[in-house]
Design a protein around this ligand. Structure first.
Ligand SMILES: C[S@@+](CC[C@H](N)C(=O)[O-])C[C@H]1O[C@@H](n2cnc3c(N)ncnc32)[C@H](O)[C@@H]1O
Length: 225
């Protein structure tokens, strides 16, 4: 519950401060995605922001060595498989208009769908794929699309070895020194983590300044191209 509450507050903050869409890797039954789509629907007065949800709809991929390297949880292949039409029905049942263009659900393994994903500017990146490869593929393919000042949230940093390892390796490789903020759950002292992308890391801005503000009613999630 703390993580869902954290998602709510962090997305609210992102919507108030930066332009761009919401991208989520890992949907399961749709819980956090539904929350975020409803928030966009209620608060994006310009109607330009989008929710992009990526999932195999066949559950988790196979674990690799990094997933099994510590003492925390290891997900099993196929675990949390929920068919796409069930997830879509859950969005609809919650009141999300699935034909307005607000929501795009993209089926397939992250390593196949994320490299060519059409999402361009991300205000809030929510990683919830649990596994090493899932977290790594999401960061490698989507991190550079997070706008300056945008937020990166990782749901399972404290509970899945592989997830933590993928985040730590990526941050080290990219020289990301922004502090990791913790979100606690009852079972773990640290469960989710998040950080704010600094202004100077954004390649589209030529290395500094700009990027703040919600961007008003322009195209592409309020991001001027
Ligand atoms: C923990 S669940 C997501 C939970 C969800 N965000 C919620 O609010 O309940 C993880 C999901 O990620 C998906 N997934 C994990 N790794 C994946 C990968 N490499 N490619 C595609 N989907 C993946 C699984 O199918 C599963 O639905």
């Amino acid at each position: 519950m703390s993580r869902l509450r954290g998602t709510y507050y962090l997305l609210k903050h992102a919507l108030l401060t930066v332009p761009g869409d919401v991208a989520e890797t890992g949907l399961f039954q749709g819980g956090s995605g539904i929350l975020m789509a409803l928030m966009l629907h209620s608060w994006d007065f310009c109607g330009h922001r989008r929710y992009w949800g990526f999932d195999s709809f066949r559950g988790l991929p196979r674990a690799v060595a990094a997933d099994m390297a510590g003492s925390a949880t290891v997900g099993a292949a196929g675990q949390m498989a929920v068919a796409r039409d069930v997830v879509e029905a859950n969005f609809k049942a919650a009141g999300v208009n699935m034909s307005s263009g607000l929501v795009t659900l993209i089926p397939g393994w992250f390593n196949e769908t994320l490299p060519g994903a059409a999402v361009r500017h991300i205000a809030f990146l929510r990683l919830d794929g649990d596994m090493f490869t899932s977290t790594r593929d999401a960061l490698v393919n989507l991190y550079d699309k997070v706008v300056p000042g945008g937020l990166v949230y990782v749901d399972d940093y404290g509970s899945f070895n592989g997830c933590k390892m993928a985040v730590d390796i990526f941050r080290k490789q990219r020289g990301i020194t922004q502090p990791l903020h913790w979100i606690r759950e009852l079972a773990y002292p640290v469960e989710a983590v998040w950080w704010r992308k600094p202004l100077r890391e954004h390649p589209l801005r030529g290395g500094g300044g700009g990027g703040g503000g919600s961007g008003g009613c322009s195209s592409s999630g309020g991001m001027d191209d």
